[in-house]
Design a protein around this ligand. Structure first.
Ligand code: DGL
Length: 251
């Protein structure tokens, strides 16, 4: 069984990609929305949430855990890997594909404050910033929009534009979605950015990495699973918004 967690519904954008290549596995998704957003919380707090959720998912029988949250990957995955014998798959900021494909020489990264401060992001950024200009912005209010199911409309567009426009004004032709909530706003982001800008979501690459690790660890189901995806979802707060997004991704 694959355990997945996020501060809320964002990780469902990762589950959506995983289901495309591993449709027959069993899933347990934990939305920690009672403590959402994680973006401005301390690493210690996120580590303690990570431990509690890991204990819960292991108790449910998880064989591997996907930290479907960039902020939790930055703050807690190293600690969790030290403390638990299970494999953890984390999020990677997709700076590399953006930097290698940019034609304008400017890439924009949208993420939470915690992710942008994390050593993983700073190290990745350091590898490419001699070749491209990297501009960043926190997606202010994006997580809240997704948690409340406001994925489109004039107000959503206004909130998205405020954080995206500064990156476009700098000339960015690639926008990296560095938070798993943001792919649910992708249509709005693309509409504002226009067709010449490519929006990059790391989730498909994370899904492929999960599949590779599961193959190495002999965790892939041999006998084929159910036709309808087998997904259980639990939330630390009200689960209605996560459930309706889940319905959307499996429809
Ligand atoms: N979905 C998360 C991420 O990928 C966390 C957003 C938040 O809770 O601030 O960073």
């Amino acid at each position: 069984m694959i355990g997945i967690f996020d501060s809320g519904s964002g990780g469902l954008s990762v589950l959506r990609e995983i289901l495309k290549i591993l449709p027959e596995e069993k899933y347990f998704y934990y939305a920690d929305n009672a403590f959402c957003p994680y973006g401005e919380k301390t690493p210690e707090f996120i580590q303690s949430r990570g431990r509690e959720i890991t204990d819960f998912l292991l108790g449910k029988g998880a064989d591997i855990i996907v930290v479907a949250c960039n902020t939790a990957t930055a703050a807690a995955i190293a600690t969790l890997r030290k403390e638990y014998p299970v494999k953890f798959i984390g999020m990677e900021p997709a700076v590399k594909p953006a930097a290698l494909s940019s034609e304008s020489g400017v890439i924009g990264v949208l993420a939470t404050a915690g992710t942008l401060k994390g050593s993983k992001y700073l190290t990745t950024k350091g590898l490419y910033e001699d070749n491209v200009k990297i501009v960043e912005h926190v997606g202010k209010g994006f997580v809240e929009l997704v948690e409340s199911g406001e994925l489109d409309g004039p107000q959503t567009e206004k909130v998205v534009r405020e954080s995206l426009q500064p990156l476009l004004d700098e000339g960015a032709d690639r926008i990296v979605l560095g938070c798993t909530h943001y792919p649910f706003l992708r249509e709005v982001i693309q509409r504002i950015a226009g067709p010449s800008v490519q929006v990059i979501d790391p989730a498909p690459a994370v899904a492929r990495h999960l599949k590779d690790v599961m193959t190495e660890e002999a965790l892939i189901k041999e006998d084929g699973g159910p036709e309808i995806p087998d997904i259980q979802l639990v939330a630390s707060g009200d689960d209605s918004s996560a459930r309706s997004l889940l319905e959307r991704i499996i429809r």
